[in-house]
Design a protein. Structure first.
Length: 343
């Protein structure tokens, strides 16, 4: 059966979609599925509906159960759509320069994320996978090489479809904790807007939110090499466990300090630990963790430094009450906005 006949075959498309959800498609099959998505918007809409069903019902399934559930929910729908979606298939070029994005929202075990598949507008041979975590959530991602990445709220991670075949490059916005599988021949590289972190196998945290002045790299175990992006003559800085490298985007300065890496990385377990942190900075973490907006109308509170720890069992009300232990401030809530003022 040639490629054209494959794409025309509804049963074959069904197998491709199930294979995509199970993560066992070959490179050739992935291209065939993307071609089917690009042919007609009806195909994209149908695939989006199937993705929603998968996200809701998978916790997790064996392959046979997935196929039974898939046939029950979408057998008739695919048969109905097949005639419309397949009749306009023409492959003048192997890849059309169209961005095909399918976003899936999962909410499993209290964690949630959006998983997407992207093709590049300029180079349609580039396929990139992206995971984005909404505010108020965190997510665990296992990469093809076995490395594990925890993404904090408001963060996203992307990597090319050939990750681990020739190289191990990922692209981060926000904060992530990495447990990297050792591979001496393929260094693992975390790229952010300002810094690149190169490792062979280790555990570390990278914080690179676009709305913050500092980019931080904290090493928990092993060794990492950190370099500034877009500056070829910059020296490489090697970190040892319990060291933090901070890059200031404003003055372009790098600073290395000693920290307790376990405390810094404890957000993975739903905990917040902080030492002498001004509330103006701490408020940003609270906003992301609880998906709220904090407006500080107190200059003294903005600069007041706090030391403490909270677990996932603490509510935002618990934290605000602890912060105001001396009864100096008052706060008002409107929806998800909290305004804090002096008394």
């Amino acid at each position: 059966m040639n490629l054209f006949e494959n794409i025309m075959d509804t049963e074959y498309i069904r197998k491709l979609i199930i294979g995509h959800f199970l993560g066992n498609l070959s490179d050739t099959e992935k291209k065939e599925l993307f071609q089917w998505l690009q042919v007609d918007k009806k195909n994209q809409q149908l695939f989006s509906e199937m993705s929603d069903w998968w996200a809701i019902s998978h916790v997790p399934y064996f392959s046979s159960r997935v196929e039974l559930g898939f046939q029950k929910h979408f057998g008739e729908l695919m048969a109905k759509e097949a005639g419309v979606s397949s009749k306009r298939i023409f492959f003048i070029r192997p890849w059309l320069q169209i961005v095909a994005t399918v976003m899936i929202m999962l909410a499993i075990g209290g964690l949630s994320y959006y998983a997407g598949v992207l093709t590049d507008e300029q180079d349609s041979e580039i396929i990139r996978f992206q995971t984005s975590v909404p505010l108020g959530s965190r997510s665990k991602v296992t990469l093809a090489d076995g490395s594990v990445v925890w993404l904090n709220a408001g963060s996203s991670l992307s990597y090319n479809k050939d990750f681990s075949e020739k190289s191990r490059d990922v692209y981060l916005t926000g904060e992530a904790y990495f447990e990297v599988t050792p591979d001496s021949l393929k260094p693992f590289i975390v790229n952010s807007d300002n810094l690149s972190v190169k490792v062979l196998g280790t555990t570390f945290d990278v914080r690179a939110y676009q709305d913050e002045e500092l980019v931080n790299v904290v090493l928990r175990t092993g060794k990492v090499d950190v370099a500034l992006n877009n500056e070829p003559d910059t020296k490489i800085i090697r970190l040892q466990p319990n060291e933090k490298l901070s890059y200031n985007k404003i003055d372009n300065e790098l600073k290395k300090t000693t920290v307790n890496a376990d405390d810094v990385c404890d957000w993975v377990n739903g905990k917040m630990k902080f030492t002498k942190i001004p509330f103006g900075i701490l408020a940003r973490d609270l906003e992301r963790k609880y998906n709220i907006k904090i407006v500080i109308e107190s200059n003294s509170l903005q600069e007041e430094a706090f030391t403490g720890s909270f677990t996932s069992e603490h509510t935002i009300y618990d934290i605000l009450n602890e912060i105001d232990v001396e009864k100096q401030y008052r706060w008002e809530q409107t929806g998800n906005m909290f305004v804090i003022r002096d008394k």
